[in-house]
Design a protein. Sequence first.
Length: 570
Amino acid sequence: MNLFNLFTMVGGLAFFLYGMHLLGEGLSKLSGGKMEAILTRMTSHPLKGVVLGAGATAIIQSSSATTVMVVGFVNSGIMQLRQAVGIIMGANIGTTITSWFLSLTGIESDNFFIMLLKPTSFSPILAIVGVFLLMFGKSGQKKDVGGILLGFSILMFGMDTMSSAMKPLKDVPQFTNLFVAFSNPLMGMIAGTLLTAVIQSSSASVGILQALCATGAIPYSAVLPIIMGQNIGTCITALISSVGANVNAKRAAFIHLYFNVIGTAVFMFGFYAVNFFAPFSFLEQAATPAGIALVHSCFNILATVVLLPFSNRLVELARASVPERDGADSHALPARMAALSNMDRRFLDNPSLALSQCRKTAGAMLTLAGEAAGESLGLLSQFSEKSVCDVSDLEGFVNQYEEKIGDYILQISRNALSEADSRELSLIQHSVGHIERIANYALEITKSVHKMNKKELAFSQEAKEELDSYGGLVLTQVKHTMDYWDHPIPITANDARQLENERRRMEKRVLKNHRKRVKKGKCSVTVGFLLSDILSGLGKISEHSLQVMDAVQYAIPGQISPDPEMPHLP
């Protein structure tokens, strides 16, 4: 093997890793928010969790990404620790699909139809289609499909390049002697663990091993312990991800580690114990890409079958390894702020998922703003200093939400976003400012009522009744917006428009009646100014609620807003 072969091998590795990244990114974009639906579906049955975990990992082609998301879900309180066990096990099974795809590079046959299965036969066609979709595709979905096809083609090209460059190594004694050393189970496991820990992808490290097998000089006796070590090495990503997370998130990462360590120990002990009494003849045979894929799959399936009945024991072991802190969890948030934990930094690698969690948080912010509006209106009928403080606190919480959501959106926007994700980001970005204004005007109303109470002023009975009706209409508007945020159905939007028209008519009527009362001496001018301020504040709350609703409507595919930069209702 000369220097040029080495350059070719390194170049092939670069293409391989980039293709895997591009493929995973495209699959993640195309799956969109479906990942959350798959992974957070509530189930008390661990076996169903295994199926969900395997399915999710098969979609995004990365057990590390799935496990990191699970750590994020547990950290956010979306998923219970016991639910995470089955999904983590399933992720290890789902990741083996990649090795089966890569094993196609080892196909050797003169049969035309069999050769069509070889990646070098169809990858160029996929690459051409992928480039065409990326360059000329109108929709974001077509571009995502193009990215997937191109990523797969680059991945297979890199794999084939690596395999071709490594073939001369079969004549290099130092290379064959190196893998004889890896036949020692402990050495092989350490090598596999270190390789996977460095590149943080068991799929990629297994692919590199499959490419090395093109030399025909690596026996199964060396391959087996390396694959075992690769399964342990992939745990490093989740462990790094759990740094700074809460106790349960750390435990989820340890469950992933224990599953692979215990599974490897049981598999290795059982395999070599049987081999001691009845030696396996295949161990001295040259490993093939398909053989590696088979070993990889058999280990993960058998480990799951053996350890799934003991899933509760894994949870207990993780709890013993990461005990509760003294006192409250330093990561715990006040109840009003708990929704902020939805925006976990671990989701940022999956923009669709991150945006989905961000929207949930913005929904919680909207609920707090609506609560502030309700409390401020309640002060008109029954004043209390506690309610004044409550509104002030709620407005403070909403401001914190706006700041945190803004920071999170900024981080999401640094990723390449699909068309749907861009709409979702625009929705959240546009809405949080209007939601903050709802809480702000609620506080302004509260200040006006507080001023009246200090000056011992009061509205006439007629004015109170009109304000109650007007305020009730505005709160109904806010309720419509909150409902529309979670379930954007046209009938709710139509009701909101009718309510807005009714509110404007009522506002004119209340002001007109007030002027009449001032002329008759039933109300003072000072009270009139305060009434005007309160009416204005309630009107602004209604208008900002409608702005939020219009932003939601704009984010729905197929909907057109009058002004995409600043959507508004007519």
